[in-house]
Design a binder for this molecule. Structure first.
Ligand code: NDP
Ligand code: PYC
Length: 344
């Protein structure tokens, strides 16, 4: 399918995955990234759109572009990888995006995980504006277990506190299984991702109760009240709050990156990307005693289904992915036309 000839259906169009990657690549390069960085961000963003992860797909492009225009992030940064210890790799992303930093460190990280059984990647001086599952899923596809955390920007009130401090701080996990796609989950530790609040505000929808507060700290279901001076709450009260605190410690304190409250983008109007850190832990489960890990994880899934479970985390994404690869990625037509303008 050609990027030039989408099939129009209502206000959406279908575009082939590779065409979408190519279009996004052109947009990124046009707006100041290197071709190498553009290739990584374009695939990441198109993959989110392909899998129906809309809060971190094309919706994010205006934020990427305004950030690049503001000079807040270096779209041409070259990450510097350091072999710190037998199970520890560090990357200075050079005020660039986190995904190219991960890509640069990947071979060393995997080699260490395979030889020692476990290895850690600490990325700092980095910007992460995307979904986290694309960072962990590929490890599970090659038989490894991966866990990643990244901290974002202050907009979440810690449980029991009076004002926002934490970011929306997601946690993503991926593990191989014997008969099927890897088990993957990826969730914000806030009750709702900031991106979904923006989408609700744009569509004029209310939020479910318990997601956020207004500028006076009062519970609200109005997304605009959350965005304009209000804040989000952690999911699950003190439990999500503790996990969000853990993410701050692992993604910032342990990597040398900024806490969610430590950067000030006030002098960069248009900047949207959190300038923080990211941690990945990769485990080689072939070192496990007894039956293979992939067979054990398959058994767990079998038992969950036998217990009545209909939907595993990742099932919805994989269903959407299969449809997108078969029929084309369904994209808002106006957004597609906008991308074409930006690409030229
Ligand atoms: P969701 O609450 O939509 O989903 C969280 C996880 O639960 C997913 O793995 C999802 O699988 C699964 N899931 C959802 N509903 C069900 C269900 N009914 N049964 C079983 N599993 C289910 O995600 P969030 O809103 O918390 O986060 C959205 C995205 O925002 C994430 O990709 C996250 O990485 C990103 N984000 C990025 C930040 C950053 O700083 N870069 C900050 C905060 C969030 P499935 O995907 O298959 O639906
Ligand atoms: O959706 O919460 C979010 C988010 C923050 C940074 C990137 N995405």
């Amino acid at each position: 399918m050609s990027a030039q000839s989408p099939i129009v259906e209502n206000a959406t169009a279908l575009i082939g995955f590779n065409d979408l990657v190519g279009l996004l690549h052109a947009v990124f390069v046009k707006h100041g990234t290197s071709p190498e960085v553009a290739a990584i961000l374009a695939r990441n963003c198109a993959s989110a759109e392909r899998d129906g992860a809309h809060s971190h797909g094309i919706f994010r492009i205006p934020g990427y572009l305004s950030t690049l225009a503001s000079g807040w992030v270096d779209g041409k940064a070259t990450p510097v990888v350091t072999d710190v210890a037998s199970g520890f790799v560090r990357v200075d992303a050079g005020n660039g995006f986190a995904q190219p930093a991960l890509e640069a460190a990947r071979p060393l990280l995997v080699a260490k995980a395979r030889s020692a059984g476990i290895a850690l990647l600490a990325i700092h001086n980095s910007h992460h504006f995307a979904a986290l599952w694309p960072d962990v899923e590929p490890f599970a596809e090659e038989g490894l277990v991966a866990l990643s955390v990244v901290n974002s920007m202050t907009c979440v009130v810690p449980h029991g506190a009076d004002r926002p401090l934490f970011g929306t701080n997601p946690i993503a996990f991926a593990a191989p299984r014997a008969d099927g796609a890897p088990i993957v989950f990826d969730l914000a530790t806030s009750a709702i991702a900031h991106g979904d609040v923006q989408i609700a505000a744009r569509k004029g929808e209310r939020l479910p109760p318990g997601m956020g507060v207004d500028s006076l700290g009062q519970p609200t279901t109005d997304p605009k009240a959350v965005l304009e001076g209000g804040a989000l709450l952690p999911f699950g009260g003190h439990k999500g709050s503790a996990l969000s605190m853990m993410v701050e410690l692992l993604a910032a304190a342990l990597t040398g990156g900024n806490f969610s409250f430590e950067f000030n983008w006030a002098d960069h109007p248009g900047a949207r990307t959190p300038w923080t850190g990211q941690l990945l832990i990769v485990i080689d489960p072939s070192k496990t005693a007894g039956q293979s890990f992939a067979e054990r994880s398959q058994e767990l899934v079998r038992q969950m289904h036998a217990a009545g479970l209909r939907r595993l985390p990742g099932d919805r994404r994989h269903r959407t992915r299969a449809k997108s690869l078969e029929e084309g990625v369904e994209v808002d037509l106006e957004a597609l036309n906008q991308l074409r303008d930006w690409a030229t």
